[in-house]
Design a protein around this ligand. Structure first.
Ligand code: IDP
Ligand code: CA
Length: 410
């Protein structure tokens, strides 16, 4: 129906879509902090006067994300090229020159220094220029956090049919990435608009309606970045907080983080390990002398979220969609079915966190961070955003972890 067609027009300006073509393609890269994904869309235009319809999509992803190549931008671009080569096989040669290729990077690159992010983006741009595809003007860029939240909100509300028809009842969205987390919803009360920070409110036009959304992307509050914050790796002297959330591997910072041992009550007591993230090596382990379990762990993660996020009163009772790491960790712990998704209450995450943190030996086959991740999710929802224990979260299938049903326990 008409709404479905309209949505895709914004992605490729009209002059990109050759009017006499029956079928055409679009290539979109999502350069996330934990992985890079390619979406090769096939559009069909039945006749010149109606808008194209999405007919198919090819999806593939690679790990790690571009920010892991902070010091080897060519290798980062190489990981994008391997995905782009798939598109060369998927798109008929006579359409290559009419097929736009675009890459949008999110929090992984936002946390790198300007010059390292730029170096990666220009290497990727060169890969695009050398490809047979159409490279639009700003084809490679870092997506603004507000746009990231809004796009997810549009996607989920569009796919669940809540944007068409008159009953414009929409649902808020929660996206927990590796480096950032987004919260987006359509405020119903004037009060919310008044008491929200100015840059949390964004208006836009779509389907000839105006939407004034509340949206914010909290940089450094993604699941992986929060692990660093909880471990205290950010309090390493000589590291400014925002940079350290994704420390770039310039020599002095690397030394500072490399040697140190970070301990946490959220980790299995016997654990001694090291972890490479954002180009830096960390050593971390369980709290041998101290206590281990949900209670002490919750106090640690509270330091990361308490008082750091804006709490709009309006959402206290509303149900939200939640996906990305919210989905992965709920599926990993059987709170929802991996394929079907499901509905749960905020308190279910807390209950599962207690179960895992207070019985770590039973979960030894899972990621050593499972207790920390579930506890962080609990604190982020309750103490961060201010949701109630009985707030309903819908974890829609189809938005689960990238593509293949792997167990994402990394
Ligand atoms: O296209 C996707 N489909 C489903 N899940 C995705 C997709 N892209 C990212 N994710 C999920 O988001 C989380 C990783 O976040 P991401 O790498 O996008 O970090 P970022 O948003 O902070 O850059 C993981 O749970 C991953 O499964
Ligand atoms: Ca993402």
């Amino acid at each position: 129906h008409s709404n479905r067609e309209m949505w895709f027009q914004d992605l490729f300006p009209p002059n990109m879509c050759p009017i006499n073509a029956k079928t055409f393609y679009g290539i979109m890269f999502d350069a996330g902090s934990t992985g890079t994904r390619i979406h090769i869309y096939t559009f069909v235009q039945k006749s010149p006067e109606i808008l194209p319809e999405l007919e198919g999509e090819i999806f593939e992803s690679v790990k790690p994300g571009l920010s892991a190549y902070a010091d080897q931008p060519e290798k980062g671009a190489e990981s994008v090229k391997r995905l782009l080569d798939m598109a060369v096989d998927a798109v008929p040669p006579h359409l290559w020159k009419k097929t736009p290729v675009v890459l949008k990077a999110t929090a992984g690159l936002r946390l790198l220094s300007e010059e390292k992010a730029q170096a990666l983006l220009s290497e990727v741009k060169e890969v695009f220029e050398k490809s047979p595809f159409l490279v639009p003007e700003d084809s490679v860029s870092i997506m603004d956090g507000s746009y990231e939240g809004i796009l997810a909100w549009i996607t989920v509300n569009f796919l669940t049919g809540q944007l068409s028809g008159q009953n414009q009842h929409t649902t808020g969205t929660l996206d927990l990435g590796g480096a950032s987390t987004q919260i987006t919803f359509l405020p119903r009360f004037e009060e919310t608009l008044k008491e929200s920070p100015r840059d949390f409110l964004t208006s836009f036009e779509m389907f000839n309606s105006t939407y004034k959304l509340y949206t914010h992307s909290y940089l450094g509050f993604g699941l992986k970045a929060a692990r660093l914050a909880t471990l205290g790796a950010l309090n390493t002297e000589g590291m400014s907080c925002e940079k350290a959330a994704f420390p770039v591997s310039t020599s002095n910072e690397t030394e500072v983080a490399d040697g140190q041992m970070f301990r946490s009550s959220c980790l299995p007591k016997q654990l001694e390990a090291e972890w490479h993230f954002g180009g830096v090596k960390y050593r971390y382990g369980g709290n041998k002398e101290g206590e281990t379990g949900f209670k002490p762990c919750y106090l640690e993660v509270l330091k990361v979220v308490k008082g750091k996020l804006h709490q709009p009163d309006e959402i206290r009772g509303s149900s939200f969609y939640a996906f990305s790491y919210y989905y992965d960790r709920a599926a990993d712990t059987n709170l929802i079915d991996y394929e079907q998704g499901g509905v749960l209450e905020v308190r279910d995450f807390e209950r599962k966190a207690k179960e895992v943190c207070d019985n770590m030996e039973r979960f030894s086959s899972a990621s050593p961070f499972l207790c920390m991740d579930l506890t962080y999710i609990t604190a982020l929802l309750k103490e961060g955003f201010g949701f109630r224990d009985n707030t309903l979260l819908q974890l829609p299938s189809g938005l689960q972890s990238c593509g293949h049903p792997h167990r994402s326990m990394e």
